[in-house]
Design a protein around this ligand. Structure first.
Ligand code: NZQ
Ligand code: ZN
Length: 386
């Protein structure tokens, strides 16, 4: 295990009715920028509820609406402008990962002189940020409890992750009932996303026994509750377990002391950057192909651990039989339990023209990962997923 420093400064208020904690935003000043997406929070009533609590607490509320899935730098720029013009004290995101990510970079941009895109491509430039708060409405990215934000500039087909401890939300409200309205497609994609975060942490060559067991617990939670939430959207236990799993998959607990660079995420971010696909679907499509590609004499023991501990495969079988079975079960789960389209063609990537450039960029982004991948390796994975 490596040395590490571990600190998660996010206060989590988890459960029904916890939105009342928004009155605590007074601790950061009087003027709040509320950031939200395309309208789901208005349809579900969360907008009215939040507004009432904020107003009663005496906060002045400004708004940035219409944040896109795969949030664009243009939305960030709009938010930064509102913050600078109105001397905003804090940013409150109400939504899924896209909204929270946008809010984080707005918070950084508000304290930065130049264009906020600089903060996306050069995280070292994030030297200050307004306090960030969130009300999570979709269990997936873990942005509610992590340091990261992912922003796109579609005019350049660029989608990059940035991050800073300053972006970690100061407080997040996690009310599972707010995810009852999440569509089957997004429920499935969110489950695949948190599973992928966990795989990225689990498939490491650095010893971390405890971390691996944490990972297995998160994976088993997703496997148990993803299909329940998919089929029974108002099942509180399912939504609650998924919501907490989403935060744990990426809040630093699973990889502290044992993490390596991620590899499936850099590949997927290129697919989203070029084709604007849903992040979790892209991950579900690529994951089994990546697993098959990296399975070898060197990695088979890790896949056996995965197959036996997560899928309950008989440990007496041949090593490669267990590994291959585990990979098949992963693909079957995404396809048959979560009904995710499992080829690139099915999500609208119908030509291979950009495979080279996407693979080149992804190869740069995943240096130091579990099994090193070159541009040529990544092209083969894209081909297999096509
Ligand atoms: O925009 P609205 O109207 O709110 O609708 C959204 C959106 O259309 C909808 N939605 C959210 N909550 C809902 C709901 N619909 C009904 N009821 C609710 N309660 O769902 C759609 C997708 O929302 P989005 O926020 O885009 O989804 P997600 O949370 O999966 O976020 C994806 C983004 O996060 C990035 C991804 O790359 C992608 O850009 N990631 C962020 C990470 C991080 N910050 O740590 C890590 C991840 O690996 C990921 O890369
Ligand atoms: Zn992800």
């Amino acid at each position: 295990m490596y040395n590490f420093t571990f600190q998660i400064p996010t206060r989590i208020n988890f459960g029904k009715g916890q939105i009342s904690h928004l009155s605590e935003l007074k601790e950061s000043g009087n003027k709040v920028l509320m950031v939200y997406g395309g309208g789901s929070i208005k349809r579900s009533g969360i907008y009215d509820e939040a507004m009432k609590i904020l107003k009663e607490a005496g906060l002045e509320v400004f708004e940035l609406s219409g944040v896109e899935p795969n949030p664009r730098i243009e939305s960030v720029r709009k938010g930064v402008e509102i913050c600078k013009e109105n001397c905003i004290d804090m940013v409150l995101a109400i939504g899924g990962g896209s909204v929270i990510d946008c809010a984080k970079v707005v918070a950084g941009g508000a304290k930065y002189e130049g264009d906020p895109w600089d903060l996306v491509i050069a995280p070292a430039k994030i030297k200050a940020a307004l306090p960030v708060y969130s009300v999570l409405t979709l269990a997936a990215t873990g942005s509610e409890m992590d340091t990261f934000a992912v922003i796109s500039d579609m005019s350049k087909n660029e989608k990059w992750g940035t991050g800073s401890p300053l972006f970690t939300p100061k407080m997040s409200v996690l009310d599972p009932t707010y995810t009852f309205t999440v569509s089957q497609k997004q429920t499935a994609a969110g489950t695949a996303d948190m599973m992928s975060h966990t795989f990225e942490n689990y498939f490491t060559s650095v010893e971390g026994f405890l971390q691996a067991r944490f990972c297995e617990a998160v994976l088993k939670t997703c496997i148990k509750y993803g299909p329940i939430a998919y089929n029974d959207p108002e099942n509180y236990e399912a939504r609650a377990n998924l919501m907490w799993a989403s935060s744990w998959a990426i809040n630093g607990t699973l990889n502290a002391g044992s993490g390596v660079a991620w590899c499936v995420h850099p590949m997927e971010h290129e697919l989203s950057a070029f084709y604007d696909i849903t992040h979790g679907q892209g991950l579900a499509i690529l994951t089994p192909h990546w697993m098959r590609y990296v399975l070898s004499e060197n990695t088979v023991d890790k896949f056996v651990e995965y197959g036996v501990n997560v899928w309950g495969i008989d440990e007496k079988l041949d090593k490669f039989e267990i590994a291959n079975k585990a990979i098949d079960m992963t693909a079957d789960f995404f396809k048959n339990e979560l009904h995710i389209p499992m080829t690139l063609r099915e999500v609208g990537i119908t030509e291979k023209t950009n495979f080279e450039i996407m693979a080149e960029k992804a190869a740069n982004g995943c240096k130091g990962c579990y099994v090193p991948l070159s541009k040529e390796d990544i092209i083969k994975i894209f081909e297999a997923a096509f």
